[in-house]
Structures are given as structure tokens and as C-alpha cells.
Design a protein around this ligand. Structure first.
Ligand SMILES: [Zn+2]
Length: 77
């Protein structure tokens, strides 16, 4: 399980079950297990500090590469 964090203020944003290796380019909504203080605004997920973290694409969020960091481990499929 990964914890997605804001790269600006380091706030925890959500927990995500990443399957397989590679970068986190998108987050499928079905695999987000917990949300913290992240807000939805104009089709984007926004950190409380104002940083735009990801864009809502329907079934998944397209991640803004410079806007977040993550901790934790990727699950091996
Ligand atoms: Zn932030």
C-alpha cells in the first residue's frame, strides 16, 4: 500500500493499492482505500495547501508528476 503525499506541504492525501512496478502515473479510484483531507475542485484533486495533485479522468486520476510523493510499498501482482 502506498501513501500519496503532497510534495509541497507533505500532507497525507490518500492511500493507494499500487499493483506492479513502475511510476505512479495514475490512480484508479477502485484502489484508493482511504482519503485524508484532499478536496475535489474543478475536476481535480487538490491538497489543502492549494496544490493541484491529480486530474479526474473518470475511472482514474491522472497524477501531476511534480505535485506528489509517496511512501510505502508497491504490491507485486
Ligand atoms: Zn499540500
Amino acid at each position: 500500500m502506498l501513501t500519496i503525499k503532497c510534495s509541497g506541504c507533505k500532507a497525507k492525501l490518500w492511500k493507494y493499492k499500487k499493483v506492479g512496478p513502475g511510476k505512479v502515473l495514475r490512480c484508479h479510484k477502485a484502489r484508493i482505500s482511504k482519503r485524508f483531507d484532499v478536496q475535489e475542485r474543478d475536476g481535480m484533486l487538490v491538497c489543502p495547501c492549494g496544490r493541484e495533485i491529480a486530474t479526474d479522468m473518470g475511472r482514474f486520476y491522472k497524477m501531476h508528476a511534480d505535485a506528489f510523493t509517496h511512501t510505502g510499498t508497491k504490491d507485486t501482482a
